[in-house]
Design a protein around this ligand. Structure first.
Ligand SMILES: Nc1ncnc2c1ncn2[C@@H]1O[C@H](COP(=O)(O)OP(=O)(O)OP(=O)(O)O)[C@@H](O)[C@H]1O
Ligand SMILES: [Mg+2]
Length: 251
C-alpha cells in the first residue's frame, strides 16, 4: 500500500467533519471515495494532500506513520492533487499551464521549444489530442482541462493522484474522457483516489470503494464484494428517497 488511513478523524471547532475513517491506496489501483455533500470527502483528501492535519487515527505512507506539514510535503512524497477549481490560468497557453512555475530553463528564459515538445508528447502519451499547445487553456473543454492537469501530475512523478470530483461538472461524454485518463494513470502504475458522488462514474473504473456519510465511514469495499446496484442504493440513501417521494406526492 502506498497510502493508508487508519481510523482517521478531523474536527473543525465543534464540527466533527470526519470520524474513524480507514482507507487504502495501492499502486495501479483506483480507490473511489463516495458520499453526499458535506460527507467529508474533501476533508479526507485534504488530509492525504497535506492541506489539513488529522487529529485522530493515523496516516501511513509506504507503511510508515506520517504527518504532513504542508501540501509541499505531500507532493515531495509523490502525492499530487487535482482540485475541482483547477489552478490554471485560462489566458495562458496549454504548455505554460502544463509547467506552471516548473518550466525548463535555458539561459535567462524558458526553453520554450522543449516545453512545447514535452507538453505535446506527454499529453499524447496520455491519449490527449491537443491540436495546438500554444492555444489558451481557457479554450479547452472542462474535460480536456482536467486531462491536462492529470498529465502534468503524471509527468512530474506523482505516485498517487488525487482527483476531487473531476467529473461532477461534466456531461456524459466529457466525463467518459476523464474516466479514460483515470484508467490510463492507473495503467501507468499510479494509485488513484477518485472522489465523486456518482456511483455510475465510480463503479466501472474503481477497484475499491469508500462510502462516507456525514463524516463516518459506511465501509471500504473491494469491487468483488459490492455490486453496482448495492453501491447505488447505499449512495442514494434509500430510506431518505422514499420519504422524499412520499413528501412530494400530491394530496
Ligand atoms: N475549513 C473548514 N472549517 C470548518 N468546517 C469545515 C471546513 N471544511 C469542511 N468543513 C465541514 O466539514 C464537513 C465536511 O465537509 P467536506 O467539504 O469535507 O464535504 P464533501 O464531502 O467534500 O462535500 P461536497 O460534496 O459538498 O464537496 C462539512 O460539514 C463542512 O461544513
Ligand atoms: Mg468536496
Amino acid at each position: 500500500m502506498i497510502l493508508q488511513t487508519k481510523g482517521i478523524g478531523k474536527s473543525f471547532g465543534s464540527v466533527l467533519a470526519l470520524r474513524e475513517v480507514s482507507m487504502s491506496v495501492e499502486a495501479g489501483h483506483v480507490t473511489c471515495v463516495l458520499g453526499d455533500n458535506g460527507a467529508g470527502k474533501s476533508t479526507l483528501i485534504k488530509i492525504l494532500a497535506g492541506v489539513h492535519q488529522h487529529d485522530a487515527g493515523s496516516l501511513l505512507v509506504d507503511g510508515a506513520e506520517t504527518r504532513f506539514g504542508s501540501p509541499r510535503d505531500a507532493l515531495d512524497r509523490g502525492i499530487a492533487t487535482v482540485y475541482q477549481d483547477l489552478a490554471m490560468i485560462p489566458l495562458m497557453s496549454v504548455w505554460r499551464n502544463f509547467f506552471l512555475g516548473s518550466e525548463p530553463r535555458k539561459g535567462l528564459g524558458f526553453d520554450v521549444a522543449k516545453a512545447r515538445r514535452v507538453a505535446r508528447d506527454e499529453l499524447r502519451a496520455m491519449g490527449i489530442d491537443v491540436r495546438d499547445v500554444d492555444q489558451p487553456v481557457g479554450t479547452l473543454s472542462g474535460g480536456e482541462r482536467q486531462s491536462v492537469a492529470i498529465a502534468r501530475a503524471v509527468y512530474f512523478g506523482a505516485r498517487v493522484l488525487i482527483l476531487d470530483e473531476p467529473t461532477s461538472a461534466l456531461g456524459v461524454k466529457q466525463a467518459g474522457v476523464v474516466l479514460r485518463y483515470i484508467a490510463r494513470a492507473r495503467d501507468r502504475g499510479l494509485g488513484v483516489v477518485f472522489i465523486t458522488h456518482n456511483p455510475h462514474h465510480a463503479y466501472p473504473v474503481g477497484d475499491r470503494f469508500l462510502l462516507l456519510n456525514r463524516g463516518t465511514s459506511l465501509g471500504e469495499f473491494a469491487k468483488a464484494d459490492i455490486t453496482r446496484e448495492k453501491l447505488t442504493s447505499m449512495m442514494a440513501g434509500e430510506a431518505e428517497l422514499k420519504e422524499l417521494a412520499h413528501e412530494l406526492e400530491r394530496d
